[in-house]
Every structure is written in structure tokens, then in C-alpha cells.
Design a protein around this ligand. Structure first.
Ligand SMILES: [Zn+2]
Length: 54
């Protein structure tokens, strides 16, 4: 059985400055991979990640 990565649109909200980013990611084995590194305010750990099914 082959697992095809599911494409998802992800809304990432920075809990530090409130900035929102909308990215395309892939859901693999229950994990979401967006390649997102850090916010413009240098926060790289404290985010609210919300997947939106396409
Ligand atoms: Zn931020």
C-alpha cells in the first residue's frame, strides 16, 4: 500500500505577534509538513497551526 501525501492548506498564526500565514503543506502520517521556519518577529516555536481541508 502506498501512502500518497495529502495536500492541505494550513493557516499558521503566530502566538507572539498575531501575524497569520497561509501556506500549502502536506499531511503525512498525521504530521503536517509546510516547510515553515519562523515568523517575521523571530518566533520559531509558538504557533497555532490549523489545517484547512481543500
Ligand atoms: Zn510573529
Amino acid at each position: 500500500m502506498t501512502v500518497v501525501p495529502e495536500r492541505v492548506k494550513v493557516t499558521i498564526r503566530c502566538k507572539s505577534c498575531g501575524e497569520r500565514f497561509i501556506l500549502k503543506g502536506r499531511r503525512e502520517k498525521g504530521r503536517i509538513d509546510t516547510g515553515f521556519k519562523q515568523c517575521i518577529c523571530n518566533n520559531d516555536t509558538d504557533f497555532e497551526i490549523e489545517p484547512n481541508e481543500l
